[in-house]
Design a binder for this molecule. Sequence first.
Ligand code: OAD
Length: 230
Amino acid sequence: MSNIVILTGAGISAESGLETFRAETGLWAQHRVEDVATPEGFARDPRLVVDFYNMRREQAEAAQPNAAHEALARLEAEHDGNLLVVTQNVDSLHERAGSRNLIHMHGALNSALCAACDHRWPASMVMNVGDKCPSCAAPAARPDIVWFGEMPYQMDQIFDALAQVDLFAAIGTSGNVYPAAGFVAEARRAGAETVEINLERSAVGSQFSNVILGPATRTVPDWVAGILKR
Ligand code: OAD
């Protein structure tokens, strides 16, 4: 069991008080995806988009990592092999819990990106439309978030890891957004054991060899303890 890849989604941060997207009262029930999570939405109304991520940055900064984030950091520290966490989340709760080998495939709230030259820098708590890039000085700062229609980050690295994975786990993700929802198929092609850990079966749940249902702060620490005993 030397190579472990773990995909996480909004469900792992739910018990830290951060809203998921597709719950009945979740973020996508309160905001239109087209308005706040697409390049076209940003071009149309940058103020609305910047404010949406300012609000989420404030909530994410106030949140604390929970027992599930902590268990994954423990697994990375104690597992005798490689472990990569690939998160779709834009909060920083994995790194604050101690995860180190981590890919933010959908970007990060605490990062700003220059739309003119691709330079990245730590985002201020409150970004403004037209903030200047510290590298090229273009007034082209945007949240460093992957919007619908844009390519998720570090896909080569993720697919390289999936090609050699022995154990793949997906935690707290509804399996609605690709390419992440396709990782389980990729892991199966590599011959990996696959486990879904979620509150309910996801849209791709039938593709996993194992399913563990329940709140992440309970299921993930138990699952990690079991892996470390193997
Ligand atoms: P979703 O909101 O689609 O799904 C969250 C999943 O977590 C659901 O299947 C819930 O049942 C589950 N869940 C909720 N609370 C949980 C808990 N306490 N313990 C365990 N599971 C729980 O969020 P994602 O799958 O992360 O992308 O969404 C994927 C992407 O869609 C996001 O990264 C975002 C969004 O649009 C972009 O903005 C580009």
